[in-house]
Design a protein. Structure first.
Lengths: 324, 505
């Protein structure tokens, strides 16, 4: 508490208080020590609160005691450990999902996982190309309407995407890209607006000196060669950032994916499918644990990606933000 | 290795700021031309227009007799060295120098396969057919009466439009009519000469001759990338010339400024370019290194046999490097000439003051003609103009008039007070330059003057006396004077080229 008061005194910078401050003399090291202790306590508390649901999901996915809730209500640690939930998850025709057949609802986690992968990979590839080309164009080429286009997209981006959902569904339905065909439909929608996410990479490209472009062009490069041989190698962090964000968007999307799949199990992604799993049954406790297992599975690839590319990701976000 | 012609080149930025007004210059093959001028005079813009990095608003740029206005930089076969080096940070020095070579495609002769020979024969036969058809078509177009009719119709339309245009008062409508007229003129031209048909005929005949030639020689030309061995050879040769062989594996960030600039020069000289452009290549270096690199560029020039255009704001660089100097100011050429010409016969006051360091002293006074003799009267003195300059003035029939007199600091002498026609000044600042003093003086009426005095001529006592407030008597005369018209600032000694210093409206 003492340390807090001290910092307050300095922060207010009232002249009388400042002259008084030296009287309560305290060593710099003690002061810093107390200050960082307070900060760390706050941070630890915050991370516990933040991580709690994820830890619960992880632990519950290993609970195999069917009646554990009755025996030990409120416990987050499994009474009995095992892989049953995972086995059940990957076995759509097994005993476990029998009650869904009765209700005429199919469960096919493998299919959902595949769907999610296809959508995410396709979106990541297409969106990255579009975003980078767009950013390069806006950063380097000067053409009529460039400023207008950028402002227009900024304003367009202020409208909530939810507003467009109904009309998008209508369009996709007319094209026949909903329900069992929802995968191409989803890719189309995710990729269509991707050019608008040019801000960060354009900001990054702006920091690369223009004379490099000019030198390359005089050296005999076309605009495309300038982009691929000079700009992109210098923008590795931002390229990886773009790929990661483009991959993550569809990977975790629920609202729009649910809307387009419209209860067709072949068109669902993992998020939508898992939600159906816990909403479509009366025996919710058992299904909840399988749901948790699904959540853990879906988190694995993205976690791995992050761990592998973390260095670039951090560089990319800050690099673009600070300089741009 | 090429000539460069700039004719009426103009640059206007976003319709408002004019950077270059009317640039006319013909650069000879293998010439070293330096554009020099204060910042913002348009020298870099002109260079970038030659490189193709800036659009040309008006006028034409020719390289090797070919108009390059609409060519991309890569198609102009120029190289460029940038002020900030512009090295690719992610590539090693070797890769930086090899960069242009890797993009380049060479023409290589490859023997034709039997299959290709067959297809060539077939193609030639079908081309022959096409040529025959086109020839007949052109012949038909020439004679038909229908074409005469069409022409008469177009002419009728033209007279009608001309009448409308003459009567039209609204400028917008007039512009629209003018556009219609232009279109019409093009239509008429097309009707008169079947351009497309003839162009197609030419294309077909060209293709046929090319195929026939390939078939005859049994070889075809193919554009291929340079082999790695060739690239290695070229890059190492360049590196050796520039003395950067030891750094080839380093990245640019591990190099010093001078080394970086060497790499940049290496990258520019590695491909056989027609023109080597340098945009203030030494400005980012410290003074000592700059002098060293300047000498190296002079040596390098003997090794690279090509046309140079060099941009600088430093008059010393311009004087030492250039075969010819182009002095620019505010988007206009002030003077073009050899360093000696520009130094000895500046065409106007701007050039006189810009070239030479410290700058030329300028004094307002009168030029007086008495009989056959000319005098100037700065600060009440009466100094006779002698030698060649007097003859030139007489030849040009210059009369008594108000002038700005220019005298270079090294042409002013310090004299004892008793000397006739001596001008009294007071010393303000004494800059010790080692071998000489630069004395900043002020005359009795407040005109500042600079004088260069070699220290070797002064005794220790005299040196010690040169402090603030000391009275100094000066004299100059004879040949070492320049005369400029007080109003127009043009030199009275040389003919002025047309349009100089006049901003076209």
């Amino acid at each position: 508490m003492n340390a807090e008061k001290e910092t307050l005194v300095v922060a207010e910078s009232s002249p009388t208080l400042i002259t008084l401050a030296p009287k309560k003399h305290m060593g710099m090291r003690t002061k810093n020590g107390i200050g960082s202790t307070v900060i760390y306590v706050i941070l630890v508390l915050m991370s516990v609160i933040w991580l709690f649901p994820f830890v619960c999901i992880f632990l519950q996915s290993f609970e195999i005691n069917r009646n554990s809730e009755l025996i030990n209500p409120g416990s987050i640690f499994p009474v009995q450990w095992g892989w049953d939930n995972y086995k059940n998850l990957f076995d759509p025709n097994g005993e476990f999902f029998k009650d869904f057949y009765v209700m005429n609802l199919d469960i096919n986690f493998n299919r959902w996982l595949l769907n999610t992968f296809i959508v995410s990979l396709a979106t990541a590839a297409l969106q990255t190309v579009i975003v980078l080309c767009m950013s390069y164009t806006l950063s380097r080429l000067r053409f009529k309407g460039r400023k207008f286009l950028m402002k227009f997209m900024l304003i367009l981006g202020m409208f909530p995407g939810m507003l467009t959902m109904i009309i998008l569904y209508r369009v996709l339905a007319d094209l026949g890209l909903t329900q069992q065909n929802s995968i191409p439909g989803l890719i189309l929608v995710y990729v269509a607006s991707s050019g608008m996410g040019y801000y960060i990479s354009k900001g990054f490209f702006d920091t690369i000196p223009k004379s490099l472009d000019e030198a390359a062009r005089v050296d005999g490069a076309t605009r495309a060669q300038v982009l691929f041989k000079v700009i992109l190698p210098l923008s590795k962090p931002i390229v990886i950032y773009t790929i990661l964000t483009a991959f993550m968007g569809p990977w975790g999307d629920f609202v729009f994916a649910a809307y387009v799949a419209f209860n067709n199990k072949d068109g669902m992604n993992v998020a939508v499918g898992l939600q159906n799993l816990v909403s479509g049954t009366t025996n919710i406790v058992d299904k909840y644990r399988v749901f948790c297992a699904g959540g853990v599975i879906i988190a694995i690839p993205i976690t791995l990606l992050f761990l592998l590319l973390q260095k670039y990701y951090v560089e990319g976000v800050t690099g673009g933000a600070v300089k741009g | 290795m090429a000539t460069v012609q700039l004719t009426h080149v103009k640059k206007v930025y976003t319709g408002k700021v004019t950077a270059v007004y009317d640039f006319n210059l013909s650069i000879k093959d293998k010439e070293f031309v330096v554009f020099v001028g204060p910042s913002g005079c348009g020298k870099s813009t002109t260079l970038r227009m030659v490189a193709g990095l800036e659009d040309i608003t008006d006028g034409t740029v020719k390289i090797d007799g070919k108009v390059v206005n609409d060519l991309q930089p890569k198609d102009r076969f120029v190289s460029m060295v940038f002020q900030n080096y512009a090295l690719y940070p992610h590539l090693t020095v070797f890769d930086n120098i090899a960069f242009p070579l890797r993009l380049m495609k060479q023409v290589v002769k490859v023997p034709l396969t039997a299959k290709e020979k067959e297809s060539h024969k077939v193609k030639i036969a079908s081309l022959d057919k096409g040529i025959a058809i086109l020839k007949k078509k052109i012949e038909d177009q020439k004679v038909t009466a229908k074409r005469q009719e069409a022409l008469a119709f177009l002419d009728g339309q033209k007279t009608e439009l001309d009448k409308q245009l003459a009567a039209e008062k609204d400028p917008k409508a007039a512009a629209r009519l003018q556009k219609k007229l232009d279109d019409l003129a093009y239509d008429r031209l097309k009707a008169l000469y079947p351009i497309d048909a003839e162009r197609r005929l030419k294309a077909l005949t060209d293709e046929r001759t090319a195929l026939a030639a390939e078939l005859a020689s049994g070889e075809k030309a193919e554009r291929r990338k340079m082999s790695n061995d060739q690239i290695f050879e070229k890059v190492t040769a360049v590196a050796k010339t520039l003395g950067i062989t030891d750094y080839l594996t380093r990245k640019p960030r591990a190099l010093s400024g001078g080394q970086r600039q060497r790499v940049a020069i290496g990258r520019a000289m590695v491909k056989d370019c027609k023109v080597l452009l340098m945009d203030e290549p030494l400005s980012n270096l410290d003074a000592k290194l700059r002098n060293q690199m300047r000498a190296e560029i002079i040596l390098l020039r003997k090794k690279i046999d090509t046309t140079f255009i060099y941009v600088t704001h430093d008059q010393t660089e311009a004087m030492t490097l250039g075969d010819r100097i182009v002095v620019m100011k505010d988007g206009l050429i002030m003077q073009v000439g050899t360093p000696q010409q520009v130094f000895d016969y500046p065409e106007n006051l701007f050039v006189a003051e810009f070239i030479g360091a410290p700058k030329m002293n300028t004094l307002k006074c009168s030029l007086i003609k008495e009989g056959a003799k000319y005098y100037v009267n700065p600060f009440g003195a009466k100094i006779e103009v002698t030698g060649e300059k007097a003859l030139t003035l007489a030849k040009r029939k210059v009369e008594t008039q108000e002038i700005v007199l220019g005298v270079r600091p090294e042409h002013i002498e310090i004299v004892p007070s008793a000397a006739p026609n001596a001008i009294h000044t007071t010393l303000q600042v004494n800059e010790m330059m080692g071998s000489e003093f630069h004395l900043h003086l002020i005359t009795d009426d407040g005109t500042p003057l600079i004088v260069r005095t070699p220290t070797i001529q002064l005794s220790e006592k005299q040196k010690g006396e040169l402090v603030y407030g000391k009275s100094v008597y000066l004299t100059f005369g004879g040949q070492a004077m320049h005369f400029f018209d007080a109003k127009s600032a043009f030199s009275l000694l040389v003919d002025q080229p047309e349009n100089l210093m006049k901003k076209p409206v």
